[in-house]
Design a binder for this molecule. Sequence first.
Ligand code: ASP
Length: 406
Amino acid sequence: MKLKLWHKVLIGFVIGAVLGLMIPQLAALKPVGDLFIRLIKMLIAPMVFASLVVGASSIGDVRKLGRVGGKTLVYFLVTTAIAIIIGLLFALAIQPGANFILTEVDTYEAAPMPNVIDVLLDMVPTNIINSLATDNMLQIIVSSLFIGIGAAMIGEKGKPFLAFCESLAETMYNITGMIMNMAPYAAGALMAWVTATSGADVLLPLGKTLVAVYVANVIHAILVYSGAVYLFARMSPVKFFQGMFEAWAVAFTTCSSAATLPVSMRNAQENLGVPSEISSFVQPLGATINMDGTAIYQGVCAYFIAQVYGIELGLPQYLMIILTATLASIGTAGVPGAGMIMLSLVLQTVGLPLDGILLLAGVDRIFDMIRTSMNVIGDAAGAVVVAATEDGLETITTGPSVDLGG
Ligand code: ASP
């Protein structure tokens, strides 16, 4: 029987994790994973730009674009708020900070509070080349929307440029497929590095908090994503999760929603039938502002820190956590470790000791793995929901998996 790519990724992943636990020297394999991340990252800017230009030009009508944008934002905000509530409920049930022995911790500085006006202004680039060169996703999204609509408006004259973008996007998708053949080895190398560097003695003291974050993420995925894809698109949750498995595994091992983007867009389009004009808008935007996994982590960890420091939280504090964690997750960049830095904003607004973050910092990678993978799955579920409520999903002709026969 020929193994599908996602089977191979799963096998690589498990072998890497087990071998890493047994042979700590395997941490040295990390560069194999880093090579994979670099290759995938190389595709992000041209892929998002080209496919969104084509997407915006084919949506054409600005009102429809506005409607798609509105739906996407509502989906992102609602699912993020639900994520934090699930996280908090879990923390209340599991009591992650109970019996935790607080040892001396250093001090931790809060991340500076972003200014909303600046954040909004900064979404509009003053130099498109610069946005592409620095992978500034929001700026790339804004400029490609303008360029796509502009090209559509000039009719015949815009066609060669759109054909170029279409060809560029296709090329990038194709290269993603080639690079994905390396995913089983990269996943194995990164897992070996993680398990080799965080052995049981680092994990055990925070075991309950880790369990709370992992279980809350799984519950969120089962309730919210399965529910959403089934309700809006009549899609079987099994098909959804299976179709997105490669992206899930890449996110889990690379801890970067941004770096996973080429894989998750390809999975959503090829395996779930999300039209490229919707996928190329919803998923890059989601990789930048929609972070349900991060939100869950922030909810659970805020509760954990309060508990460890013996601080009682009341309803106003819980509401504050929901609000600030929603905003903080929007501001979290899709790169490793960003969610932990943004947790400091939540703690500061709620009035919890920032130093608590240092208790969690040693195992942040383990938290980040589930955060990132859920962030990516949430964006894909959003793309399915938005697509289903617009022109519908496309029929899949190629069959799942991006297996190129490797
Ligand atoms: N690493 C996460 C991501 O890329 C963000 C986080 O640290 O929570 O989605």
